[in-house]
Design a protein around this ligand. Sequence first.
Ligand SMILES: [Zn+2]
Length: 88
Amino acid sequence: MLVKKITKEYIQNNLLNKTGKINSSKVSKYNKKEMEELYCIYHNTKPKTCPYCKEPSKFINFNKGYKSYKGYCSEKCFFKSITLRLEN
Ligand SMILES: [Zn+2]
């Protein structure tokens, strides 16, 4: 299945249930990477990168999105970045 051809409308009409959550039985054919792509299409976003460690943020699932602490991959990176800013 080519995820790139999928539109937001398709996701809305075919892959979500009435409450706006992903219908897991409809997306069982997609792997985690593809689910991440679907998430990005649906939310019109791009895979996130931590501004501190430059590692890509971990994708949790379609309903939860990316693991993020104030835009960083983790609490640790957020506080390290704050410390750096205070030192400069
Ligand atoms: Zn990080």
